[in-house]
Ligand binder design. Structure first.
Ligand code: PMP
Length: 336
């Protein structure tokens, strides 16, 4: 086996993540289910890719100058990615985040040297929403750019240029379906667009959590939410700039309980400690695999995203009191 060559710069550690065949999910689906290990990025999430592409794009447009500041509103992972990339390239970071996100993400952002602004969670239409607050802060700060991950399509370009191409190469061009949930929509739209360039028959499915409006949009053309979810980083109520033109062929709605079940299996049986969006993605990938099998596709292969590390949720997903308070099932090994 040949070890990968040394990388010239730390930012070159972003992307080129491993792809793993998931045993339990493959058995459940009756076909091969693969997980793209985005927790292996330096910031331990898929959002390092968007952070790097957004910052490089702002530099290329001449908006971000040496010593400048990157401002963003984020559920946490994008902020962590931006802080790391900004540190590596000599920029400052200001992150606006809803105060109901995991403490681990807040502590991580502070530890990375980002200036953290916490705001109460509120509707997007409210001018105090974290996204609008971050835009205003960027406007008020000298030498600052607003990353604008929801509508800035440099986000999805990271997945067209990177994730999709990597998946295609890692599977030697034998891939029949891809699915993941949407936060900004950068991953699903970018991977979908990138894969369709290789083979337009690859089925692209949106896996939506409860409480989000996209399942209904792609199924019936109407943005409407049903239920709730505690999953962080996913669940969108509008067609963001990144979702515009996303090639979505089909859609699934997955509950937190289904997602948690796969988080639990993957940890106990495959040694992967992941966040809830990964569990929801895997549950969606199993649905997509079953659908492809039922449609007569021979030995289909489905890929999804393992978005971030479970170490980011020790005080929530992996905490008995928190799970109980949310009315969610507690993993056997946490119940005393
Ligand atoms: N999972 C987690 C844990 C995330 O932080 C995010 C980013 N918001 C996503 C999934 C969704 O990624 P995207 O923004 O590309 O839709």
């Amino acid at each position: 086996m040949i070890a990968p060559a040394p990388r010239a710069r730390t930012i070159d550690l972003i992307g080129n993540t491993p792809l793993v065949l998931l045993k339990g999910p493959s058995e459940a689906a009756g076909c091969e289910i693969y997980g793209k290990c985005e927790f292996a990025n330096p910031g331990a999430s898929v959002k390092d890719r968007a952070a790097l592409w957004i910052i490089r794009d702002a530099e290329a447009r001449g908006e971000l100058m040496p010593g400048g500041t990157v401002v963003e509103g984020t559920a946490g992972n994008t902020g962590i990615g931006i802080a790391l990339v900004a540190n590596a390239l000599g920029y400052k970071t200001i992150i606006v985040m809803p105060d109901n996100q995991s403490k681990e993400k807040m502590d991580t952002l502070r530890a990375l040297g980002a200036e953290l602004v916490l705001v109460p969670p509120t509707k997007f239409a409210d001018c105090n929403h974290f996204v609008h607050t971050s835009r205003r802060l960027a406007e008020e700060t000298d030498g600052a750019v607003w990353a604008n991950q929801f509508d800035n399509t440099a986000n999805r370009k990271a997945h067209i240029d990177g994730t999709a191409k990597e998946l295609w190469e890692q599977l030697d061009g034998k891939l029949h379906g891809f699915t993941c949930a949407a936060g900004t929509g950068g991953t699903i739209a970018g991977v979908g667009m990138g894969l369709k360039e290789f083979d337009e028959n690859i089925r692209i499915a949106l896996t939506d959590p409860h409480g989000a409006a996209l399942y209904s949009y792609y199924a019936h053309g109407e943005l409407a939410a049903e239920g709730t979810s505690v999953a962080e980083g996913i669940g969108q109520g509008r067609i963001t700039g990144n979702l515009e033109g996303a090639p979505i062929d089909t859609q699934f709605r997955i509950s937190d309980e289904q997602g948690l079940e796969w988080v639990s299996h993957l940890l106990r049986e495959e040694g992967l400690c992941l966040g809830l969006s990964s569990g929801i993605n895997v549950a969606g990938a199993i649905e997509l695999g079953k659908q492809l099998v039922a449609d007569g596709v021979e030995n289909p292969r489905v890929a999804t995203i393992l978005c971030d590390t479970g170490f980011r949720y020790l005080s929530t997903l992996y905490n008995r009191e928190w799970l109980t308070a949310k009315g969610l099932p507690v993993f056997d090994w946490l119940a005393d």
